[in-house]
Design a protein around this ligand. Structure first.
Ligand code: 6U4
Length: 178
């Protein structure tokens, strides 16, 4: 089954010398009640960059220009016992936008210290890949969920800096853990 194409954007700012990231409590749909990144599904004909700018505007009313998106990699969420939930996520960071985040029907946004994420309220896998990506590590990640569709059964990564990783296909080197 093909994974749904989705995208996430993490807004980063510095306040009194400390870095903060914008997350939000999801009010509807997949992952309702969890604190998640801002983003969602690509619409037909959209690139991930176009989709994430649209989603950030729709969900938290902030305008991000495509040229201000910093590519951070991808996360493939694999739900072996619910393959219809599989999602392939293109992840971006940004430090530039216009407007102040405000809530929508879908998300209640909130700034969190980048060093102290609300992991108890997030997907269990987020602490494996999000801190590394926020710290500038560009990579492709594969998260395999356990049968409860919540806990993490396995995490694999392939750094963009790793020459072997730039070749997709059978030559690609996936390392366990992060
Ligand atoms: N295991 C996981 N860990 C995580 O941190 N985020 C996950 C995840 N599995 C999925 N996601 C994210 C990726 C994606 O951005 C989001 C689901 O997409 P949406 O918010 O668009 O879903 P909805 O059901 O609200 O659909 P829409 O109809 O597009 O609003 O959940």
């Amino acid at each position: 089954m093909t994974a749904a194409a989705v995208t996430l954007c993490f807004l980063l700012r510095e306040v009194d010398g400390s870095r903060e990231v914008l997350l939000g409590r999801k009010r509807t749909g997949f992952g309702r009640g969890k604190v998640v990144g801002i983003g969602g599904h690509l619409e037909a004909g959209e690139t991930a960059a176009e989709a994430v700018c649209r989603e950030v505007d729709e969900e938290v009313h902030v305008i991000v220009a495509p040229e201000d998106l910093i590519p951070a990699g991808t996360v493939d969420f694999v739900f072996p016992s619910r393959p219809e939930w599989n999602m392939f996520t293109t992840v971006f960071l940004t430090e530039s936008w216009v407007g102040e985040p405000s809530e929508s029907d879908e998300i209640v946004p909130q700034w969190y210290p980048a060093e102290d994420l609300p992991v108890a309220h997030m997907w269990a896998d987020a602490e494996h890949w999000l801190p590394a990506m926020m710290n500038g590590r560009r990579m492709d990640v594969r998260v395999v969920l356990a049968d409860d569709n919540e806990s993490v059964a396995g995490v694999f990564h392939s750094d963009w800096a790793d020459e072997a990783a730039s070749a997709s296909g059978p030559g690609r080197k996936w390392e366990p853990g992060l």
